[in-house]
Design a protein. Structure first.
Length: 297
């Protein structure tokens, strides 16, 4: 099993190899005592941050108690090896009574082991990408099978219109905004299913998407609908006004719209009448656009 590569640090004309514990200036080795080399390693690993004296002592002399004078001697020898003996300190900064910080610009190089890991990493990434593609294909296949695959119970062809009835929006709280729109939706759906070569989406499917707070237009496109019927219900004095719209799903253009008014005291009759009139108009417009003919009453 390959051991992880030791880092190589480059700074100025120098290169420090942590694996070999060697300092190079260009291509020539710069001789360093072992503890001086360890001091440089710790400073490079934490370059840009202050390394406290106590921490340096623990890192460089883990099993020995050493006075700070020993650490100061190491820093002095290291400065001399790096040609960094000026007060400015191009590489090593002294923070009085605290510690030291490597302030030179450092570039980290992972060495040969990095190259040996490149191919396996590419293979792993390629395998992950392939698995993601396969998973996406499976999801798309499931969506197609679930929503777009033709049923043996239904006719197919370019002259068949797929339609969804979206529950009408109730704009008047004084009306029964739960039962009235739902009753109208059910009656209208039943009327539309009597049209020839028309496939009507199940109301339960529409309600499920509506509860999920998805856009009805998005739902219709997702489920492969051609048109959808939507509208509003509101009270206008002693009348209940029902406005219906036939919308082309693909272009979002309005195909047809009409308003109907019925006495507010006869809501049950209003549902039946509105469902019959709206279904007749939808059938007529579908017949004009796609040659779908309404069934005989």
């Amino acid at each position: 099993m390959n051991q992880p590569a030791k880092p190589v640090y480059r700074f100025g004309p120098f290169r420090y190899d942590c694996g070999q514990r060697l300092l190079f200036r260009d291509d020539e080795t710069v001789p360093l005592a072992p503890k001086v080399s360890e001091t440089l390693r710790v400073l490079l690993e934490r370059h840009g941050t202050v390394v406290e004296k106590a921490e340096l002592l623990r890192e460089v002399w883990p099993d020995t108690t050493v006075e700070e004078i020993g650490l100061a001697r190491n820093i002095s020898q290291l400065r001399k090896a790096l040609g960094d003996e000026s007060e400015a300190g191009n590489f090593i900064e002294t923070l009085p009574k605290r510690g030291y910080r490597f302030v030179g610009a450092v570039t980290l190089v992972n060495g040969g082991a990095k190259r040996s890991k490149t191919l396996p990493a590419m293979i792993r990434h390629g395998r992950s990408f392939l698995l993601a593609v396969v998973a996406l294909c499976l999801i798309l296949g499931f969506v197609y099978w679930q929503f777009y695959r033709s049923s043996r119970y239904l006719t197919s062809g370019a002259q068949v219109a797929n339609i969804a009835v979206v529950p009408f929006e109730c704009l008047s709280p004084e009306l029964d905004c739960g039962a009235f729109p739902r009753g109208l939706t059910d009656l209208l759906t039943a009327r539309l299913t009597k049209l020839e070569r028309v496939h009507v989406l199940s109301p339960s499917t529409v309600y499920r998407y509506q509860r999920a707070r998805l856009s009805m237009a998005f739902m219709a496109r997702l489920l492969g609908m051609d048109v959808m019927v939507e509208g509003t219900i509101q009270r206008a004095g002693e009348q209940v006004r029902i406005t219906a719209r036939l919308v082309d799903v693909h272009s979002a253009k309005l195909v047809w719209s009409e308003s109907y008014e019925y006495p507010v005291q006869q809501l049950a009759d209003a549902q039946e009448s509105a469902a019959r009139q709206i279904a007749a108009q939808v059938g007529a417009h579908l017949a004009n656009q796609t040659r779908v003919l309404p069934a005989k009453p």
